[in-house]
Design a protein around this ligand. Structure first.
Ligand SMILES: Nc1ncnc2c1ncn2[C@@H]1O[C@H](COP(=O)(O)OP(=O)(O)OP(=O)(O)O)[C@@H](O)[C@H]1O
Ligand SMILES: [Mg+2]
Length: 139
């Protein structure tokens, strides 16, 4: 288990997932890849000039989330890489598993939406369904 991909949306569960991944990485000497995906809004797609402005906002949002994640890692000797991607979160996570050659994914059961009606959220559901590698869901 050399590379652990940890998708982070800034939610409580995603940060709990990162804590678990950190503990495992410390034990197994793995590298952690933290990824945050930012969705482009439909309004932004409709008007191309607002897309530029929107990209800045998205980058800013991602930076805040990544900083939150780095707070969890602080003080650990684990090797960490961070990535910010723009697009559909589940699709981007699945793409990165391949691109980064991740050995496993550790992610939260739920995210920012706050809806607890379902056992897991739509992003973790889609990743769990399509991932070629083991997925650990943290609740
Ligand atoms: N934009 C994102 N970037 C990176 N990881 C994400 C993103 N959104 C969700 N995740 C990951 O997926 C986990 C589950 O979140 P998910 O979005 O599936 O649930 P939710 O927000 O409760 O419900 P939903 O989004 O389906 O309304 C999070 O804990 C996080 O690990
Ligand atoms: Mg969500």
């Amino acid at each position: 288990m050399k590379k652990i991909l940890v998708p982070i949306d800034g939610s409580y569960n995603s940060l709990e997932a990162l804590k678990c991944a950190k503990d495992m990485a410390e034990k197994f000497g793995s590298k952690i890849i933290i990824v945050n995906a930012q969705k482009v809004s439909n309004e932004a797609i409709a008007t191309s000039e607002s897309l530029d402005v929107d990209q800045e906002v998205l980058k800013e949002n991602a930076k805040k989330i990544i900083n939150k994640a780095m707070e969890v890692i602080k003080g650990s000797s684990v090797n960490v890489k961070t990535e910010t991607v723009i697009g559909d979160p589940a699709e981007q996570i699945l793409y990165l598993i391949d691109k980064e050659g991740a050995d496993m994914v550790v992610m939260g059961s739920h995210g920012l939406s706050g809806i607890r009606r379902f056992l897991i959220g739509s992003v973790s559901n889609k990743v769990l369904q399509h991932s070629p590698k083991p997925v650990m869901i943290i609740k």
